[in-house]
Design a protein. Structure first.
Length: 69
């Protein structure tokens, strides 16, 4: 999933949710979709955490520069 963007993963997660909510999947297929959904959720969470960390660093740098000026 290293090549996947956040947006692609989120779109795939939405499709999985729609499939699961339809109730048309068998038990094994539902479990497989659920597992894939969990993996995508973790991937998206990791991406968001990474972006949040970068924003915090940028804000800290900006605040440091403002104090120096």
């Amino acid at each position: 999933m290293t090549e996947t963007s956040y947006e692609q993963a989120l779109d795939q997660l939405r499709r999985i949710v729609q499939q699961l909510e339809s109730g048309q999947q068998g038990l094994e297929q539902s479990l497989q979709l659920f597992e894939e959904g969990i993996e995508l959720t973790r991937f998206c969470d990791g991406k968001l955490q990474s972006v949040e960390d970068r924003v915090k660093i940028l804000l800290a740098r900006n605040q440091s520069q403002e104090l120096s000026a």
